[in-house]
Design a binder for this molecule. Structure first.
Ligand SMILES: [Fe+2]
Length: 250
């Protein structure tokens, strides 16, 4: 990659993801990893505990307003609202939505949106599952050899649930890239300012021809992404911003 990385797989196994398990299923020529159903009574707490990001964000209250240390009279009177996101939806909501939609994909609700010949094995593929003013949800496939580039999601919160296969996520921590591995059933959340690259990852013998499938939700719907490079001084440099109607660096 562009810079030194650290493998935080082991560390993340304990704290950085939620694992959900599903029933084995093969659809449209694409092998969907073996999984088993999860107890729904654990769904909510599991989602919250799986967020790889700051603690759950609550609507602003009087206590959540921060008074800026003043250098001037104007600043002394300034109050900066703690704005967790631009819509009513929060990261736990998005995690829950991708969880539900992943179940729906596996249950066949969206079979009509899948390509008739099967999910492509050499090219990225995606389809929008549903959307409204506050939210859009996508089914995305990932294949070996392609990356998203290092990017953010502009002003959108994001979350994902992995249906099958595995992914590597390279997240910019402020001074380095950290890698984590996500496998079928895992979830991840992307707060504002999250900068990462995502790539397909091997998940067993013969997996190199099997796309990884994941469901992603963004709020508000994704309309722009910025791309970054890491400088020789281990700093992040934004190199371009693009308007987009497609998810994850497509
Ligand atoms: Fe992304």
């Amino acid at each position: 990659m562009w810079c030194r990385t650290t493998d935080e797989d082991q560390r993340q196994r304990g704290t950085g993801r939620q694992t959900r398990q599903r029933t084995p299923r093969t659809a449209h020529g694409t092998h969907v990893c073996k999984t088993i159903s999860r107890d729904g009574t654990h769904r909510h707490s599991g989602v919250l505990s799986g967020v790889v990001c700051p603690p759950p964000i609550r609507p602003p209250t009087s206590e959540s307003f921060a008074i800026m240390p003043a250098q001037s009279a104007a600043l002394r009177s300034s109050v900066i609202p703690a704005v967790p996101g631009p819509t009513r939806l929060r990261l736990p909501d998005l995690l829950h939505i991708t969880d539900q939609d992943a179940d729906d994909v596996l249950g066949g609700r969206y079979d009509h949106l899948l390509p008739a010949p099967g999910i492509p094995t050499r090219d990225r593929w995606f389809t929008r599952l549903h959307s409204n003013d506050e939210l859009d949800v996508w089914l995305i496939s990932w294949v070996p050899g392609l990356t998203t580039e290092l990017h953010d999601h502009s002003g959108s919160l994001g979350a994902m649930t992995l249906l099958s296969g595995a992914l590597h996520e390279y997240r910019w921590t402020g001074d380095q890239l950290r890698r984590r591995r996500l496998t079928a059933g895992d979830q991840a959340a992307f707060p504002l300012g999250w900068v990462h690259d995502v790539t397909w990852a091997p998940f067993g013998a013969g997996s190199s021809h099997v796309p990884t499938l994941s469901v992603h939700a963004y709020s508000p719907p994704l309309t722009a992404m910025s791309y970054y490079e890491i400088t020789e001084r281990d700093t992040l440099r934004r190199v371009r911003t693009e308007l987009t109607d497609s998810p994850e660096g497509q």
